[in-house]
Ligand binder design. Structure first.
Ligand code: 1GP
Length: 230
C-alpha cells in the first residue's frame, strides 16, 4: 500500500464536521491533488464520515480515512492512515487506543489497507496537541530524535510533521526529513497559498492542506499548482 502513497506530493484534508458545497467539493477533487484525506481532531462521527466519503467517492482519486475516533471508522476507504503520536508521554496516543481497537475489532481490520503514521505534533494551540498531551516545545535535536524513533526504531513508513493551524518551522521539518530515512515525510499546517505550499513542499515529501479549503477556495486550489506545475 505504501506504493500508493509514495508518489503523493499534495493531499487535501477534509473535515467531515465542516460544510463544503457540491461545487467546492468538485473543485477540490478535480484540482489535480493526489488524494483526499478525511479526518479531524474533533466532531468526526460515523454519519458525517460516511456522508463525506460517499460524496468524494464519485471522483477517481484515492480517498483515505485518517482514523482518530474508533466510532467513526467506516468501511470502503482505499486506505486507513493510523496516527501514532511520537512526542507524547501519554501512551494512549502511541499504542493504547490502538490496542483497544484491535482487541475489539481486530477481526474486521483490513491490515493490508493500513498505513501507520508517526505524528510529531508541534502547534501547542491545536486541538490535537491538547488532546494528546503532546510535548510541542521541541528543540531541533529533539524533533530529529522523534523522527529517528519513528523511522528507525518503529519502522513507520510515514512521519507526519503536524503544525495544524499554523505555519511551521521549516528548518525543523528539514531536519526531520533528513532523520527519517526511507519514511515519507508529510507536512501539514498553515499552508494558505502558493508560496507557503512551495516552501513546505521543498522540505517534505507530501504537503497536506486543510483549513484554507474552507476559508478561501481559490487560494487552496493554487497550492496544488505550486507543487504540480512549478
Ligand atoms: C491538519 O495538517 C493538516 O491535520 C492541515 O493543517 O488545516 O492548518 O492546513 P491546516
Amino acid at each position: 500500500m505504501m506504493e500508493v502513497v509514495k508518489p503523493w506530493r499534495h493531499v487535501f484534508k477534509l473535515d467531515p464536521e465542516r460544510e463544503l458545497g457540491e461545487d467546492a467539493l468538485e473543485a477540490v477533487c478535480m484540482s489535480g491533488t493526489d488524494a483526499i484525506m478525511i479526518g479531524g481532531s474533533s466532531g468526526v462521527t460515523y454519519d458525517n464520515t460516511v456522508d463525506l466519503m460517499s460524496r468524494v467517492r464519485r471522483y477517481e482519486l484515492p480517498c483515505v480515512l485518517e482514523v482518530s475516533d474508533l466510532e467513526a471508522v467506516v468501511p470502503g476507504f482505499d486506505l486507513y492512515m493510523i496516527p501514532m503520536v511520537l512526542n507524547t508521554t501519554d501512551s494512549a496516543w502511541t499504542t493504547g487506543r490502538h490496542r483497544e481497537a484491535i482487541e475489539r475489532y481486530g477481526y474486521l481490520i483490513p491490515w493490508e489497507a493500513l498505513i501507520p503514521e508517526g505524528y510529531i505534533v508541534l502547534n501547542p494551540d491545536s486541538t490535537v496537541a491538547r488532546l494528546t498531551g503532546a510535548d510541542t516545545d521541541l528543540s531541533l535535536a529533539a524533533a530529529e530524535a522523534c523522527a529517528h524513533v519513528g523511522s528507525k526504531l518503529m519502522n513507520l513508513p510515514v512521519i507526519y510533521v503536524e503544525y495544524s493551524g499554523t505555519f511551521g518551522d521549516l528548518q525543523l521539518v528539514e531536519r526531520v526529513r533528513r532523520a527519517s530515512g526511507q519514511a515519507r515525510v508529510f507536512y501539514g499546517g498553515g499552508i494558505r497559498d502558493r508560496e507557503t505550499a512551495a516552501q513546505a513542499a521543498s522540505v517534505s515529501d507530501t504537503i497536506v492542506v486543510g483549513n484554507i479549503i474552507y476559508e478561501n477556495l481559490t487560494k487552496a486550489l493554487e497550492t496544488v499548482e505550486a507543487v504540480h506545475n512549478k
